[in-house]
Design a protein around this ligand. Structure first.
Ligand SMILES: [Fe+2]
Length: 210
C-alpha cells in the first residue's frame, strides 16, 4: 500500500468508525413485511392511549401476565431514522382475549390491561412501550395464533404499514399459519429480538417512501 493509499485507508476507517460510534451510518434497509389487520382493530374508545399498557389511568391495579418492554427505531428504506411517526398498536391480553366486542372467546377480560396504544417516535425514530406478553388464542378448532402484536405505522410521505410483530423462538410460531406463510427472511424482519435484559425486546420498523 502506498503512503497516499494508506492515508486514504486510515481516514476512511476513522470516519467509518466515528459514524458507527455515533450511530449515524445510513444504509438501505428492507421494508418491514405487511400482514393482515385481523378482525380486532380497536373500536372501543379509551382515554388512556399511552405507552404503558400494563395499567389503565384512573384504576388501581396492574395488568395480569408477564410484563415486557419493547423498543426500537423506525427507519425509511434508505436507512434514515424517522421522527414523528405514529405507531398504533393493539394486542390480546395475557389470556389471549382482545378487548373487542367481536371477540367472544371464553378467555377473561383484564380490566387493568390497556388494550391499545397510539405513540409517536421521538428523535432518531426511537419508540418504546411497556405491555404484557400477549396470550395465544384459538383461530379455529385445530389452530392457535402464536403470540403477536398488531401495528399500524404511518407518517405523511410514506406508505402506511400494517403488520404483526412476533416473538423469537416461541413454540407456536412453528404451527402458526400466517407466520409460516412468510419466507425465512420475512419472518426474521417481523420477529423482535430478545435483548440481554429480562423480558426486553428490540423491534425495528422500516417504512417505504411514497
Ligand atoms: Fe391478532
Amino acid at each position: 500500500m502506498t503512503t497516499r493509499n494508506r492515508r486514504h485507508f486510515i481516514r476512511n476507517l476513522t470516519l467509518g468508525s466515528l459514524a458507527g460510534l455515533l450511530g449515524t451510518q445510513v444504509q438501505a434497509r428492507t421494508v418491514t413485511p405487511r400482514e393482515m389487520e385481523g378482525p380486532y382493530y380497536p373500536i372501543t374508545p379509551q382515554k388512556d392511549k399511552d405507552a404503558d399498557l400494563t395499567q389503565v389511568a384512573g384504576k388501581i391495579g396492574k395488568a395480569k401476565g408477564t410484563v415486557i418492554e419493547i423498543f426500537g427505531q423506525v427507519f425509511d428504506n434508505d436507512g434514515h431514522a424517522l421522527e414523528d411517526v405514529t405507531v398504533d398498536l393493539w394486542q390480546a391480553n395475557s389470556f389471549g382475549r382482545y378487548h373487542h366486542p367481536h371477540d367472544r372467546s371464553d378467555a377473561p377480560i383484564d380490566e387493568h390491561f390497556q388494550a391499545w396504544a397510539i405513540i409517536q417516535t421521538k428523535a432518531q425514530g426511537h419508540f418504546r412501550f411497556k405491555t404484557v406478553f400477549p396470550g395465544a388464542y384459538p383461530l379455529n378448532a385445530s389452530q392457535q395464533r402464536t403470540p403477536h402484536i398488531h401495528l399500524k405505522i404511518s407518517k405523511k410521505g410514506y406508505h402506511s404499514l400494517l403488520t404483526q410483530m412476533y416473538f423469537p423462538d416461541h413454540p407456536l410460531n412453528q404451527s402458526d399459519g400466517l407466520f409460516n406463510s412468510k419466507t425465512a427472511v420475512e419472518q426474521t424482519l417481523m420477529t423482535a429480538k430478545k435483548t440481554t435484559a429480562a423480558n426486553q425486546y428490540r423491534y425495528d420498523i422500516v417504512l417505504q417512501k411514497v
